[in-house]
Design a protein around this ligand. Structure first.
Ligand SMILES: C[S@@+](CC[C@H](N)C(=O)[O-])C[C@H]1O[C@@H](n2cnc3c(N)ncnc32)[C@H](O)[C@@H]1O
Length: 290
């Protein structure tokens, strides 16, 4: 992906690159979202095209600043807390504070070790991207909806300021506003992994996100209608594609190499043998490429 049109050069890891092209599809239109009382976030919101309103319209989604990050409230829910991107995910409160889960995660196992970076092309609020970066992968998390991207960036930056994100994890995770298909078409290094967690119609019994966050996200962005197209494109360009599916749902496309499943969720793995890195064959591929 080095030097490609979609990747104009290295960007400081752990920071966002804001793509100013309008998102594809009406779900990505920022018109339904406005911001109010967002002091300190103007520079993040302006290039995303999200208007700041003096008097918010109750018929629109509302972004406001809360506890040092942005939160999003659906129309008509001004009296309820909004959703935020919270890092690190999987926080378990113990007497001594927070700890990380010790069990190896299915998602991490689905990618294995022989991957030269991962593109999470449906980043959402970033929980899965964070898990992959925490496991040691370099991850580029791509989200197309401007408001979701604003939540993601503001939540991640707040966690970093608070010292909740280890520096080595922050250095492995990059956030990008953009369209998944464009990012797939720009892959030009072998060995790259792609992760897809498209939005599915309800009921969806498991997700990286808490239930309310998922409901609000679905209300905002709708279901992913382009998931099968993304999978087909990713399979031709990536060494390994992992797709998160509800437990009992059929695969998004035939040809899975294998799957890892829990009671609630399944990760379908598609391996592209022609692009899998052979042991010791790292020539031409840099871990900086993702
Ligand atoms: C189910 S959520 C992902 C949740 C995520 N795995 C997490 O841990 O928070 C799906 C997200 O993918 C985004 N998305 C869907 N299609 C996309 C595309 N073609 N390009 C970029 N983002 C996309 C949606 O806007 C939505 O935020």
């Amino acid at each position: 992906m080095e030097g490609s049109a979609a990747d104009p050069g290295p960007v400081a890891a752990g920071t966002q690159r804001v793509d100013e092209t309008p998102p594809i599809g009406s779900a990505g239109s920022p018109a339904r979202v406005q911001a109010h009382r967002v002091a300190g976030f103007e520079a993040l919101l302006a290039p995303l095209g999200i208007p700041i309103a003096a008097e918010p319209d109750p018929g629109r989604f509302l972004l406001t600043a809360c506890d040092g990050a942005l939160e999003l409230r659906p129309p008509g829910e001004s009296d309820r807390r909004g959703i935020q991107a919270d890092f690190p995910p999987d926080r378990e409160v113990t007497r001594g504070g927070c700890r990380q889960p010790s069990r190896p995660e299915l998602l991490v196992r689905a990618f294995g070790a022989r991957i030269d970076g991962i593109l999470d092309l449906t980043a959402g609020l970033g929980a899965d991207a964070y898990r992959l970066a925490r496991a040691g992968h370099r991850v580029c998390a791509v989200e197309r909806h401007p408001a979701v991207f604003a939540l993601l960036v503001s939540g991640f930056e707040r966690a970093r300021r608070r010292g909740d994100v280890p520096e080595e994890v922050a250095n492995r995770l990059r956030l990008e506003h953009g369209e998944a298909l464009e990012r797939i078409l720009a892959i030009d290094a072998p060995g790259v992994g792609v992760y897809l967690d498209p939005m599915y119609p309800p009921p969806r019994r498991s997700s990286a996100l808490p239930k309310r966050a998922l409901q609000v996200l679905r209300q905002l962005v709708g279901d992913s209608s382009d998931a099968a197209e993304l999978l087909a494109a990713a399979r031709s360009r990536a060494a390994r594609v992992v797709v998160k599916r509800p437990h009992r749902a059929p695969p998004l496309a035939p040809g899975t190499s294998h799957a890892l499943a829990s009671k609630l969720v399944r990760f379908d793995v598609y391996v592209n043998a022609s692009r899998v890195r052979r042991a010791g064959d790292a020539a031409g591929t840099s871990r900086e490429d993702v």
